[in-house]
Design a protein around this ligand. Structure first.
Ligand code: ATP
Ligand code: MG
Length: 634
């Protein structure tokens, strides 16, 4: 077998000799054991990869559970690590960011240039009176200035709260209010599918409802004519040309536990929660996972195709790749515009080595067939990543075979806004089982438990918990310590387990299979079925590209399964196909899982991060109130 292909044996995919030879971490079991038995020592060793103004007194302070603190007594700033230290060596002249717009415009910034832009932005914020600890809300399209704004806040010790640029004014106003922001950073707008999108007027609507806002800084991007209010509104390019916006700005020396950002969860299950993350632990955790899981090398081009307004964007588009000195690729636009080969064209154009996206994006592109990626030379790709929801084996195989040419390991990463970074995922050397996020990352002990916190036998479904603290964990829900403590901790008496809210199984080999959110497990005639399993079965039929399953009350069965399907390009759904699909699911999972119906739809309600909002489908089917829709994508 050639060196660059992965041996395939009965659904277990082994890494090739080349992947093994190239691995940053050549061995898992021993290091894993060491990291759990010597957790603080392990994290102290990882922290030594970073630059500290003053080292910690204590690695972990667990004196006030569940409000854990990491690296206490240290002085630190994430920007000192993401930019400043790179200016001292050859990384200075390396590209930090390559950005492409939908229309094809390209802007790129070396680390030197990134420092200049961030410093100017930081000085501008200071001139507007922004103080350490104050929360600045950012509402922008995916342009380099969004990254500059985030880093500028961090540099001066302000806390950013990025609100995804596709959200409505109500969603934006609610987040401004929750954070009591005085300053809003926005843009005139962006582009989507060739059309200009007006953000400033949405920001204006939100500000009408936000008495705390005193200053709004607007970045010019799409040139739309926008309404500016004197004394409140400033164009960024006007401020930038003032002498105060000099390109020299000292990075603020902070305490390791000083807050870095607030970010609201996706809202898949209900009202979004404003998770608070801090400087040092988050920096250590995200950069360690990024380095180990993706085999990042200094010469690599890294593309995390997530929006910065989502935790994946914060941790793996902005912070960890910059800390690790990689070159980031960024794209502002639709993944299938003008054609479904857009992403693959960019992989070829920029020679992307590491590519990280979501199952929903993969399924969305799979729909258009292999001919689109096959037009491109994707041989630069070494590692592929997946995040956001369980990846169904069908999409896994397509990603693996068609995009990765059967030589790139698929790093399926399970984690949450709350966890800050990846918690369960394979290393590139880990044998893979499609659909499983495999094993816990170093230092993490993961279990699947029943209601009392007892571990269930291998192969049985239960609640996913993390048994230990880790440096990247959120510190609280902003402004609501009590809700944080009760929502995630304390369900199991004196066992200090973190409750993830997901249901999962661990198989005999210790591989973790995440089934879905706890409230998305259906009890049908006494059996428990994950919506993801039913959806995967539907997607495994060649006619279906995306599917959603929900449970609705049923007199006899307790719950009845109802499903929705998006068909592959060019296919039309009819009664015969519906019957075929129902039987297909029954064949794949057993008669018990056969859906009552399959509705053919053009789209599904999704969050901005691409997760299907099954609670919305359920509410619609029942004619109930749809609940918090602030994160719904049109
Ligand atoms: P909310 O908590 O507001 O309902 P959310 O949980 O969707 O929203 P995120 O923090 O963005 O918000 O998503 C984390 C969730 O995404 C996880 O709890 C899990 O359900 C799912 N998830 C993420 N990655 C994976 C993965 N690789 N495999 C399975 N599920 C995943
Ligand atoms: Mg969640």
């Amino acid at each position: 077998m050639a060196d660059n292909s992965i041996e395939k044996s009965s659904e277990i995919y082994h890494p090739s000799a080349e992947v093994v030879a190239n691995a940053n971490i050549p061995e898992y079991e021993q290091l894993y054991k060491y990291s759990c038995e010597n957790r603080e020592q392990f994290w102290a060793e990882q922290a030594d990869h970073l630059r500290w103004y003053k080292k910690w007194d204590k690695v972990l302070d667990d004196s006030n559970k569940p409000f854990y603190k990491w690296f206490t007594g240290a002085n630190f700033n994430i920007v000192h690590n993401a930019i400043d230290r790179h200016l001292e060596d050859a990384t200075r002249n390396k590209l930090a960011i390559i950005w492409e717009s939908e229309a094809g415009a390209v802007r790129s910034f070396s680390y030197h240039a990134l420092n200049r832009e961030v410093s100017k932005f930081a000085n501008t914020l200071k001139s507007m009176g922004v103080k350490k600890g104050e929360v600045v809300t950012i509402y922008m399209p995916q342009v380099p200035e969004l990254v500059f704004a985030m880093l500028a806040c961090a540099k001066i010790g302000a806390v950013h709260s990025v609100v995804y640029g596709g959200f409505s004014y109500e969603a934006l106003a609610a987040r401004i209010e929750d954070a009591h922001s005085r300053v809003l950073i926005t843009a005139d707008g962006g582009f989507r599918r060739g059309k200009p999108i007006d953000l400033k007027s949405i920001a204006n609507e939100a500000m009408k409802r936000s008495p705390t806002i005193e200053v709004c800084i607007t970045v010019r991007n799409n040139g739309l004519d926008v309404e500016m209010e004197s004394e409140r509104d400033f164009w960024y390019h006007d401020l930038q040309s003032l002498p105060v916006a000099s390109n020299k700005c000292d990075t603020e020396v902070l305490d390791s536990e000083d807050p870095l950002f607030i970010l609201y969860t996706s809202g898949t299950t209900g009202k979004p929660k404003g998770m608070l993350h801090t400087h040092a632990g988050y920096a250590v955790y995200t950069s360690t996972t990024h380095r180990c899981l993706f085999d990042v090398k200094p010469e690599d081009r890294w593309w995390c195709a997530a929006d910065p307004g989502w935790i994946t964007g914060h941790s793996y588009l902005v912070y960890s790749p910059l800390i690790n000195g990689a070159t980031i690729v960024m794209y502002e636009g639709a993944p299938n515009y003008p054609y479904p080969n857009r992403l693959w064209q960019m992989v070829e154009k920029y020679g992307v080595n590491l590519f990280y996206t979501s199952p929903t994006a993969i399924r969305g592109l799979m729909r258009f067939g292999e001919r689109w990626p096959q037009r491109h030379d994707l041989s630069s790709l070494r590692i592929l990543g997946s995040v956001g929801e369980p990846i169904n084996p069908e999409a896994w195989k397509w990603y693996y075979e068609v995009i990765g040419d059967s030589k790139c390991p698929i790093i399926d990463t399970w984690w949450q806004t709350e966890t800050g970074g990846v918690m369960i995922a394979p290393l590139p050397i880990t044998p893979l089982k499609p659909g499983s996020c495999t094993k816990p990352f170093f230092g993490n002990e993961v279990a699947v438990v029943d209601d009392e916190g007892n571990e269930v036998p291998a192969g049985e479904e239960g609640k996913l918990v993390i048994k230990n603290p880790w440096p990247g964990m959120a510190r609280t829900i902003y402004g609501d310590d009590e809700r944080y403590a009760s929502l995630y901790w304390g369900d199991y008496g004196d066992k200090d387990y973190y409750k993830a809210g997901d249901s999962a199984k661990i198989d005999e080999d210790g591989y973790v299979w995440v089934i879905g959110r706890m409230d998305e497990v259906l009890k049908v005639s006494g059996y428990r079925l994950g919506t993801a399993e039913i959806e995967s079965a539907l997607v495994s039929h060649q006619a279906v590209s995306e599917a959603a399953a929900i449970g609705l009350p049923h007199e006899v069965k307790g719950n009845a399964i109802h499903t929705y399907a998006i068909l592959r390009d060019g296919l039309i759904g009819d009664k015969a196909l519906e019957q075929e699909l129902k039987e297909h699911v029954a064949k794949e999972l057993g008669k018990i899982a056969q859906p009552e119906d399959v509705q053919f739809v053009e789209s599904l309600p999704k969050t901005r991060s691409g997760k299907i909002m099954r609670r919305v489908l359920r509410a619609r089917a029942l004619g109930q109130d749809e609940g918090d829709l602030s994160t719904l994508e049109e």
